[in-house]
Design a protein around this ligand. Structure first.
Ligand SMILES: [Zn+2]
Length: 260
Protein backbone atom coordinates (compact mmCIF):
# COMPACT_ATOMS: atom_id res chain seq x y z
CA UNK A 1 0.00 0.00 0.00
CA UNK A 2 1.30 3.44 -0.94
CA UNK A 3 2.48 5.73 1.86
CA UNK A 4 0.56 8.89 2.48
CA UNK A 5 1.59 12.39 1.76
CA UNK A 6 -0.98 15.05 2.50
CA UNK A 7 -2.00 17.34 -0.36
CA UNK A 8 0.66 19.97 -1.10
CA UNK A 9 1.08 22.64 1.58
CA UNK A 10 -1.03 20.82 4.18
CA UNK A 11 0.87 20.47 7.44
CA UNK A 12 0.62 21.27 11.14
CA UNK A 13 0.66 24.96 12.03
CA UNK A 14 3.24 26.02 14.61
CA UNK A 15 2.33 27.95 17.77
CA UNK A 16 3.82 31.09 16.24
CA UNK A 17 1.67 30.66 13.15
CA UNK A 18 -1.49 30.06 15.18
CA UNK A 19 -0.67 33.22 17.13
CA UNK A 20 -0.16 35.27 13.98
CA UNK A 21 -3.37 33.94 12.48
CA UNK A 22 -5.62 34.64 15.48
CA UNK A 23 -4.08 38.06 16.11
CA UNK A 24 -4.02 39.31 12.55
CA UNK A 25 -6.30 37.32 10.26
CA UNK A 26 -9.14 35.72 12.21
CA UNK A 27 -12.25 37.68 11.18
CA UNK A 28 -14.63 38.31 14.07
CA UNK A 29 -16.89 40.11 11.63
CA UNK A 30 -17.27 36.97 9.51
CA UNK A 31 -17.73 34.80 12.61
CA UNK A 32 -20.44 37.11 13.90
CA UNK A 33 -22.15 37.03 10.49
CA UNK A 34 -22.07 33.21 10.53
CA UNK A 35 -23.69 33.16 13.99
CA UNK A 36 -26.03 36.11 13.46
CA UNK A 37 -29.32 34.25 13.84
CA UNK A 38 -28.24 32.17 16.82
CA UNK A 39 -30.68 32.18 19.74
CA UNK A 40 -29.15 32.39 23.20
CA UNK A 41 -25.52 32.25 24.27
CA UNK A 42 -23.06 30.29 22.17
CA UNK A 43 -20.50 28.04 23.79
CA UNK A 44 -17.15 27.80 22.05
CA UNK A 45 -14.51 25.14 22.58
CA UNK A 46 -10.84 24.60 21.81
CA UNK A 47 -8.44 21.69 21.70
CA UNK A 48 -4.83 22.77 22.03
CA UNK A 49 -2.75 19.79 20.98
CA UNK A 50 -4.59 16.45 20.98
CA UNK A 51 -3.52 15.47 17.46
CA UNK A 52 -0.55 17.72 16.80
CA UNK A 53 1.08 17.51 20.26
CA UNK A 54 1.83 21.21 19.73
CA UNK A 55 0.62 23.41 22.62
CA UNK A 56 1.81 26.17 24.95
CA UNK A 57 4.00 24.63 27.67
CA UNK A 58 2.07 26.36 30.45
CA UNK A 59 -1.04 24.39 29.46
CA UNK A 60 0.59 20.97 29.12
CA UNK A 61 -1.87 19.39 31.59
CA UNK A 62 -4.92 20.44 29.58
CA UNK A 63 -3.43 20.15 26.12
CA UNK A 64 -5.32 17.02 25.07
CA UNK A 65 -8.75 17.85 26.48
CA UNK A 66 -11.64 19.90 25.14
CA UNK A 67 -11.84 23.27 26.85
CA UNK A 68 -15.20 25.06 26.79
CA UNK A 69 -15.23 28.83 26.41
CA UNK A 70 -18.54 30.12 27.75
CA UNK A 71 -17.51 33.00 29.96
CA UNK A 72 -17.15 36.03 27.75
CA UNK A 73 -18.85 39.33 27.04
CA UNK A 74 -18.23 39.53 23.31
CA UNK A 75 -16.37 37.87 20.46
CA UNK A 76 -13.23 39.91 21.12
CA UNK A 77 -12.99 38.24 24.50
CA UNK A 78 -13.44 34.86 22.85
CA UNK A 79 -10.56 35.69 20.54
CA UNK A 80 -8.43 36.81 23.50
CA UNK A 81 -8.93 33.40 25.08
CA UNK A 82 -8.13 31.66 21.81
CA UNK A 83 -4.91 33.69 21.55
CA UNK A 84 -4.05 32.56 25.08
CA UNK A 85 -4.64 28.85 24.34
CA UNK A 86 -3.29 28.90 20.74
CA UNK A 87 -5.30 25.77 19.89
CA UNK A 88 -5.00 23.39 16.96
CA UNK A 89 -8.82 23.52 16.63
CA UNK A 90 -11.70 25.84 17.54
CA UNK A 91 -15.32 24.68 17.68
CA UNK A 92 -18.73 25.92 18.62
CA UNK A 93 -21.45 23.96 20.41
CA UNK A 94 -24.42 23.26 18.13
CA UNK A 95 -26.73 22.97 21.11
CA UNK A 96 -29.06 25.89 21.69
CA UNK A 97 -29.42 26.63 25.41
CA UNK A 98 -32.08 28.48 27.37
CA UNK A 99 -30.91 31.05 29.93
CA UNK A 100 -30.97 28.36 32.64
CA UNK A 101 -28.58 26.25 30.51
CA UNK A 102 -31.14 23.59 29.53
CA UNK A 103 -30.87 22.40 25.96
CA UNK A 104 -33.73 23.63 23.76
CA UNK A 105 -32.49 22.66 20.31
CA UNK A 106 -29.51 21.76 18.17
CA UNK A 107 -28.21 22.84 14.79
CA UNK A 108 -28.36 19.92 12.36
CA UNK A 109 -25.04 19.18 10.70
CA UNK A 110 -23.36 16.59 8.48
CA UNK A 111 -19.66 15.77 8.43
CA UNK A 112 -17.98 14.32 5.37
CA UNK A 113 -14.35 13.37 5.95
CA UNK A 114 -11.84 12.05 3.42
CA UNK A 115 -10.74 9.15 5.63
CA UNK A 116 -14.20 7.59 5.25
CA UNK A 117 -13.74 7.46 1.49
CA UNK A 118 -12.44 4.24 -0.01
CA UNK A 119 -9.44 5.40 -1.97
CA UNK A 120 -8.17 3.58 -5.09
CA UNK A 121 -4.63 4.10 -3.76
CA UNK A 122 -4.96 3.87 0.04
CA UNK A 123 -7.96 1.59 0.50
CA UNK A 124 -10.76 1.63 3.05
CA UNK A 125 -10.91 3.34 6.44
CA UNK A 126 -10.13 -0.05 8.01
CA UNK A 127 -6.98 -0.33 5.86
CA UNK A 128 -5.93 3.18 6.87
CA UNK A 129 -6.60 2.53 10.58
CA UNK A 130 -4.56 -0.67 10.44
CA UNK A 131 -1.60 1.43 9.30
CA UNK A 132 -2.26 4.09 11.95
CA UNK A 133 -3.30 6.58 9.27
CA UNK A 134 -6.86 7.32 10.38
CA UNK A 135 -6.35 11.05 9.97
CA UNK A 136 -4.33 11.04 6.76
CA UNK A 137 -5.83 11.68 3.36
CA UNK A 138 -4.73 12.38 -0.20
CA UNK A 139 -5.73 14.55 -3.18
CA UNK A 140 -7.87 11.79 -4.64
CA UNK A 141 -9.86 11.38 -1.42
CA UNK A 142 -10.25 15.13 -1.02
CA UNK A 143 -11.67 15.41 -4.53
CA UNK A 144 -13.99 12.43 -3.99
CA UNK A 145 -15.28 13.88 -0.74
CA UNK A 146 -15.86 17.26 -2.42
CA UNK A 147 -18.05 15.57 -5.02
CA UNK A 148 -19.96 13.83 -2.25
CA UNK A 149 -20.48 17.18 -0.57
CA UNK A 150 -22.04 18.56 -3.77
CA UNK A 151 -24.36 15.55 -3.92
CA UNK A 152 -25.29 15.79 -0.24
CA UNK A 153 -25.96 19.51 -0.67
CA UNK A 154 -28.51 18.69 -3.38
CA UNK A 155 -29.98 15.85 -1.34
CA UNK A 156 -30.47 18.07 1.73
CA UNK A 157 -31.80 20.93 -0.39
CA UNK A 158 -34.71 18.70 -1.39
CA UNK A 159 -35.63 18.37 2.31
CA UNK A 160 -34.65 21.76 3.76
CA UNK A 161 -34.54 25.35 2.54
CA UNK A 162 -31.37 26.67 4.21
CA UNK A 163 -28.30 24.49 3.69
CA UNK A 164 -24.75 25.86 4.13
CA UNK A 165 -21.54 24.18 3.03
CA UNK A 166 -18.24 24.66 4.87
CA UNK A 167 -14.76 23.43 3.96
CA UNK A 168 -13.43 22.09 7.28
CA UNK A 169 -9.75 21.87 6.37
CA UNK A 170 -9.97 18.14 5.73
CA UNK A 171 -13.43 17.50 4.40
CA UNK A 172 -16.74 19.31 4.32
CA UNK A 173 -19.55 20.14 6.71
CA UNK A 174 -23.13 20.79 5.71
CA UNK A 175 -25.18 22.85 8.17
CA UNK A 176 -28.98 22.98 8.02
CA UNK A 177 -30.34 26.24 9.38
CA UNK A 178 -34.11 25.68 8.98
CA UNK A 179 -35.87 26.25 12.29
CA UNK A 180 -37.64 22.88 12.05
CA UNK A 181 -34.22 21.18 11.89
CA UNK A 182 -33.19 22.67 15.26
CA UNK A 183 -36.22 20.98 16.82
CA UNK A 184 -35.59 17.46 15.48
CA UNK A 185 -35.43 14.72 18.11
CA UNK A 186 -32.44 12.41 18.40
CA UNK A 187 -34.51 9.63 16.86
CA UNK A 188 -35.40 11.78 13.85
CA UNK A 189 -31.75 12.73 13.44
CA UNK A 190 -30.69 9.10 13.49
CA UNK A 191 -33.35 8.22 10.92
CA UNK A 192 -32.17 11.01 8.66
CA UNK A 193 -28.54 9.88 9.10
CA UNK A 194 -29.57 6.36 8.08
CA UNK A 195 -31.41 7.72 5.05
CA UNK A 196 -28.38 9.78 4.02
CA UNK A 197 -26.03 6.83 4.46
CA UNK A 198 -28.22 4.49 2.47
CA UNK A 199 -28.19 7.09 -0.31
CA UNK A 200 -24.43 6.43 -0.45
CA UNK A 201 -22.97 9.35 1.51
CA UNK A 202 -20.08 8.65 3.91
CA UNK A 203 -21.16 10.83 6.81
CA UNK A 204 -20.06 10.65 10.40
CA UNK A 205 -23.28 9.51 12.13
CA UNK A 206 -22.06 10.76 15.49
CA UNK A 207 -22.24 14.35 14.25
CA UNK A 208 -25.67 14.07 12.64
CA UNK A 209 -27.26 12.25 15.60
CA UNK A 210 -26.06 15.11 17.79
CA UNK A 211 -23.94 13.04 20.15
CA UNK A 212 -20.91 14.95 18.91
CA UNK A 213 -22.25 18.44 19.43
CA UNK A 214 -19.10 20.43 18.63
CA UNK A 215 -18.37 21.53 15.09
CA UNK A 216 -15.48 23.53 13.70
CA UNK A 217 -15.98 27.26 13.86
CA UNK A 218 -16.06 28.79 10.37
CA UNK A 219 -13.16 31.20 9.73
CA UNK A 220 -11.01 29.55 12.42
CA UNK A 221 -7.72 27.83 11.59
CA UNK A 222 -7.55 24.07 11.20
CA UNK A 223 -4.10 23.64 12.72
CA UNK A 224 -3.71 20.06 11.50
CA UNK A 225 -3.55 21.13 7.88
CA UNK A 226 -2.99 24.91 8.04
CA UNK A 227 -6.24 25.78 6.31
CA UNK A 228 -8.93 28.34 7.15
CA UNK A 229 -12.36 26.80 7.76
CA UNK A 230 -14.33 28.36 4.94
CA UNK A 231 -18.06 28.61 4.13
CA UNK A 232 -18.72 28.03 0.42
CA UNK A 233 -21.71 28.74 -1.78
CA UNK A 234 -23.00 25.84 -3.86
CA UNK A 235 -21.22 27.30 -6.92
CA UNK A 236 -17.96 27.67 -5.03
CA UNK A 237 -18.24 24.13 -3.71
CA UNK A 238 -18.58 22.80 -7.25
CA UNK A 239 -15.17 24.10 -8.29
CA UNK A 240 -13.41 24.34 -4.93
CA UNK A 241 -9.68 23.56 -4.80
CA UNK A 242 -8.46 23.28 -1.21
CA UNK A 243 -4.81 23.19 -2.23
CA UNK A 244 -4.77 26.44 -4.18
CA UNK A 245 -7.82 28.52 -3.19
CA UNK A 246 -6.29 31.61 -1.57
CA UNK A 247 -9.32 32.21 0.64
CA UNK A 248 -8.54 29.13 2.72
CA UNK A 249 -4.78 29.75 2.86
CA UNK A 250 -3.58 31.51 6.01
CA UNK A 251 -1.10 34.30 5.31
CA UNK A 252 1.84 32.42 6.87
CA UNK A 253 1.36 29.70 4.31
CA UNK A 254 0.51 31.74 1.21
CA UNK A 255 3.56 33.95 1.78
CA UNK A 256 5.70 30.87 2.04
CA UNK A 257 4.22 29.34 -1.12
CA UNK A 258 4.81 32.54 -3.05
CA UNK A 259 8.40 32.90 -1.88
CA UNK A 260 9.35 29.28 -2.54
ZN1 LIG B 1 -5.84 8.07 -0.95
Amino acid sequence: MVRYSLPVGMRYATLEERKEFYNEEFSLQEVSRWLQNWKGKIKFAVIMGRHTQIFPKKYAQDALTTIIIDEYENLREVRDQIVDFLPEAVYYDRNVYASDDTRIGQELAFDLDPENITCPIHGTLADKMKRGQGLAFCDVELEMVRKEAVGLYDFLSSLFSSVKAVYSGRGFHLHVLDSKAYQMSEKERLELATQVKSAGFHIDEWVTSGEMRLIRLPYSLNGLVSRIVLPLTKDELESFDAVHDKRCLPRFLSEHLISS
